[in-house]
Every structure is written in structure tokens, then in C-alpha cells.
Design a protein around this ligand. Sequence first.
Ligand SMILES: [Zn+2]
Ligand SMILES: [Zn+2]
Length: 241
Amino acid sequence: MLVPVDFHIHSCLSPCADDDMTPANIAGMAYLAGMKAFAITDHNSALNLPAAKAAADKLGLALLPGMEVTTREETHCLVYFESVENALAFGEVLYESLGASMNLPRLFGNQYVADENDTIVKVIPKLLIQASSFSIDKLSSAAHEYGGLLVPAHINRGSNGMLSSLGMVPQSPRFTALEVSRGLPCPDTDSFGYRRIHSSDAHRLEQIIEPAFHIDLPGDEVSARAIYCSMAGWLRMNNEK
Ligand SMILES: [Zn+2]
Ligand SMILES: [Zn+2]
């Protein structure tokens, strides 16, 4: 079954996203856009996922828990989890791995954590768009302990895409898929043996206007678990290549 989704959306926790990108607003936009599932993937943090899960549940949508990690190489890599709890646990490890720069809201933007009623309950002090000390390899092994599935983000984009920051997609570690930005040239990644996914990478509500991708799920169940299991299957196949 082909399921309309968007697996790369930033909430008001990402300083570069608008303040009205609250979890409930994002879920509402995803619903109106006809999606059955979406992911919130804030920079280096999972702290808005509990509110996003509550908002998704209210609308009958599936929330795939995720985040967008900045590695030591300044490569952006999406990581997806089976549960919000696993994402939060890995998020704590990741936060410790970030550099010491604090956020300057007037310069970078706000880093708001919301509750399920869209009330701002916390402000995160460390700048979330700075790089982690984790290399791609270290990120792979560290996230693996929490069941994290790695998808290098917008690999063909000039800033923070893997093809520009590393110059290639490395043979190892093995990834789950590659996210390719539409509308930008991209070398033939079929030779890497990976599936491609597309996403909006939305930072503003008006960028959530249509499903960015359709994921093929084996059964009728649309849930975070079903999506995660399907993507974990991609990784198993990639590991055998
Ligand atoms: Zn990015
Ligand atoms: Zn992003």
C-alpha cells in the first residue's frame, strides 16, 4: 500500500524554523495536505516529539519519531526511531555531544519545546544547529544502540549535504536510504544501491502543502511501528549487498 508521507519537517524547536511551527500546527497541516504519516526532525533534538505524537494521535496520523543530526563533518543525517522514548533517550546522548555554543535567539531564532496544547514549556539553551562531536561512523554506532535508522539528508544540496561535505557516499556505514532534494541535480545514486526518499524539509507552515513522498508498506497498518519495520527491512537488504 502506498502511503502519503513527509519524513523531514522542522518544528519551533529548530532555531531556523518559524515559531508557529508548533507540533499541533504541523500535524494539522499534514492532515490537511492528505498525509497519513509524518516525521518531525529537529536539529539535534527530539524534545518536541512527545507533543507531536499527541497531536498526531488526535488526528489519526502516524508520527515517525526522528531528528536531523549534524555530524562532525557538518553533514546532515536524519535518524528515525521506532518510539518517541528511544528518540528521547538518544537525544540526551546527542545533546551532550554538541559543542558548547549557546543559542542567541535574536541571531539564530528561538528553540521552543511545546506541550500537547502548543504551550511553550521550555527553551533550550545550547545552540541546536551546531555540529555534534559524532562522526558519521560514530553516529551510526551510537544511534544503533537505540534502533536509529540513518538517512543522510538532502545529499545533493550544497550546504550540509553528504555529496558536498564528504564528496561521496561512503561504503560504510550502511544507510537505510538516501534523501535526495527535488529540483537539484543529483548524480546517479542507483550505483550506491540505496533507495531514495524525498521530503519537504519544511521550516514554515506554508511549505507543508502536499505529501513529499509515498512509502510502500506491506500491509494495511499505517503506524510508526509499521513504517519503522519497513525501513529497517531496507537497511537489512542494504547490509546484504
Ligand atoms: Zn539539513
Ligand atoms: Zn532539515
